[in-house]
Design a binder for this molecule. Structure first.
Ligand code: PLP
Length: 514
């Protein structure tokens, strides 16, 4: 494909995407296919010679869209939303067109600097602490990660490293090494510490300094038993113990961890010889949109010397509106905060801002220098590679820049408010036939409900029947063994009529089954 053909076919592709959006109501949210459907449509071997573009284009409907779950269908009520706007699609086209990789400032200055300034806009719009700004004099900063899961993993590793560093700087540490034998392989070579690692010249082995498993062997981290699965995965991959704290009903009648629960766990675990090092709070749990109250839990973390990370993957964006700012109360205690603009922020996946109180400090834990990455401004300019696992990164900030400039933040606020209002309507509608009850009060775009006087199996049967029917799509969840259905207002196209339609489908199927 040369540039002429690209101009011609690219325009057709834009039309195709716009048509897909305009006609999405004519589809169903879930495809009518079974695993392996692709084998009948796509040959096992790649073609031996290039195929004509028009042939490939003609296959998109059959191979791709017929097998797609339509996340932006007005009757898609599952998971949490994923963002979308023409402005951010444009940004992705441009990012793909520039096709650069911005791991250091030098490798693409505009990619680094636009990210820095667009995230400063976000800090202002959300009313987050000034110290999260890239332009702030202090060591705080913001970066766009790919996902909330990546941010969680980074936070755990940063907290782990900071605790290892603290322990190693204590005079008692060497005494502890000799008494316990823990880390004895490294004994005697701490004085040769350079950055991030210890080079044992005799053996050629490079040992991690900040990520020293001998020191974090007895570390334990905390999260709510309602935290997302990515937190457990982050703990597992960071090789640290995880204690899930029982969330109880409290704030907003929903599930969250109390400060007493956290305090007791820390005390008990210290008595058992463990070293608590991070509390990973959730603002807007996936199961029920519960909140770990940061203004309550933050002081405990400060007092006990724990790193505090906040995963607000879905709910965070709502803090763009004044009436939802209760979600970010206590941000001054937070070491790192993350949310997905690609969920409720009308921005296409992936765009997951993460803010650090002390990013300069944290960046040392992820730093591995190589001559080919060095540049003349590295001591003064930001090199984002030091705050992520991967080296490469793409031009994600274009999405924020285009959306905030051309769509405007008020449009996003309008979407968030409409989402919440429609969810509140659904919460009323679902009670109308007297068969259902709320599991917790509706919060933001999520309503959790179940059949009255029912068993888990009844609700599971209902949920499966609704999804088999395919007119609407939602997913279930459980909290402490109770199964319920989750209805999330996701699509920008969803109206009150769609919510009523959703209620009608649920009532019709429930009447048929029970
Ligand atoms: N955290 C919470 C609270 C979530 O609800 C989700 C996904 O819905 C995630 C993390 C994972 O998000 P990501 O796909 O960006 O890793």
């Amino acid at each position: 494909m040369d540039s002429e053909k690209f101009r011609e076919e690219g325009k057709k592709m834009i039309d195709f995407v716009a048509d897909y959006w305009d006609g999405i109501r004519d589809r169903k949210p879930l495809p009518a296919i079974k695993p392996g459907y692709i084998n009948e449509l796509v040959p096992a071997q790649a073609p031996s010679s290039p195929e004509d573009w028009s042939k490939i284009f003609d296959d998109i409907e059959n191979v791709v869209l017929n097998g797609a779950t339509h996340w932006h269908h007005p009757h898609f009520f599952a998971y949490f939303p994923t963002g979308l706007s023409y402005q951010s699609i444009m940004a992705d086209i441009l990012s793909g067109g520039i096709a650069g990789i911005g791991f250091t400032w030098k490798s693409c200055p505009s990619m680094t600097e636009l990210e820095m300034s667009s995230l400063d806009w976000v800090v202002d719009l959300m009313g987050l602490p000034e110290h999260f700004k890239n332009s702030h004099d202090g060591p705080g900063c913001g970066i766009i990660q790919s996902t909330a899961s990546d941010s969680t993993m980074i936070a755990i590793m940063a907290a782990r490293a900071s605790h290892v560093e603290r322990i190693k700087s204590e005079p008692t540490f060497m005494k502890w090494v000799s008494e316990t034998g823990v880390g004895k392989t490294l004994k005697g070579i701490f004085d040769r510490v350079k950055v991030n690692k210890i080079d044992d010249e005799a053996s050629g082995i490079i040992a991690p300094y900040f990520h020293d498993p001998a020191v974090f062997e007895r570390f334990v981290m905390y999260c709510s038993d309602q935290a997302h699965s990515s937190v457990e995965k982050g703990a597992m991959l960071s090789a640290v113990r995880l204690r899930k704290l029982k969330a109880t009903r409290g704030f907003l009648g929903n599930y969250g961890v109390t400060k007493e629960t956290l305090q007791n766990a820390i005390k008990e675990d210290r008595a058992r010889g463990y070293i608590p090092f991070i509390f990973l709070a959730t603002v807007g749990t996936t199961c029920s949109c519960g909140v770990d109250q940061i203004d309550e839990l933050g002081p405990v973390c400060v007092e006990e010397g724990l790193y505090l990370h906040v995963d607000a993957a879905y709910a965070g964006t709502f803090a763009l509106c004044d009436e939802f700012k209760y979600l970010t109360r206590g941000m001054e205690y937070v070491d790192s905060f993350n949310f997905n603009l690609h969920k409720a922020g009308m921005i296409n996946f992936d765009c997951s801002p993460m803010f650090f109180k002390n990013g300069t400090h944290v960046s040392r834990y992820f730093n591995v220098d190589a001559i080919y990455l060095a540049h003349e401004y590295q001591s003064t300019a930001a090199d984002y590679r030091h705050l992520q696992v991967a080296l490469g990164r793409r031009f994600r900030s274009l999405k924020i820049w285009f959306v905030l400039r051309n769509m405007g933040v008020d449009k996003i606020r309008e979407y968030l408010r409409r989402t919440e209002l429609l969810a509140a309507e659904f919460a009323k509608l679902i009670l109308e036939n007297g068969k259902f009850e709320h599991f917790v009060p509706q919060h933001l775009g999520l309503t959790c409900f179940r059949l009255k006087n029912s068993t888990n199996a009844d609700n599971e049967k209902l949920c499966n029947a609704i999804n088999d029917d395919r007119r609407i799509h939602l997913v279930p969840s459980t909290v402490h063994g109770t199964y319920f259905l989750r209805m999330v207002v996701c699509s920008q196209l969803t109206t009150l009529d769609d919510v009523i339609y959703g209620r009608d489908v649920i009532f019709e199927i429930a009447d048929r089954l029970f």
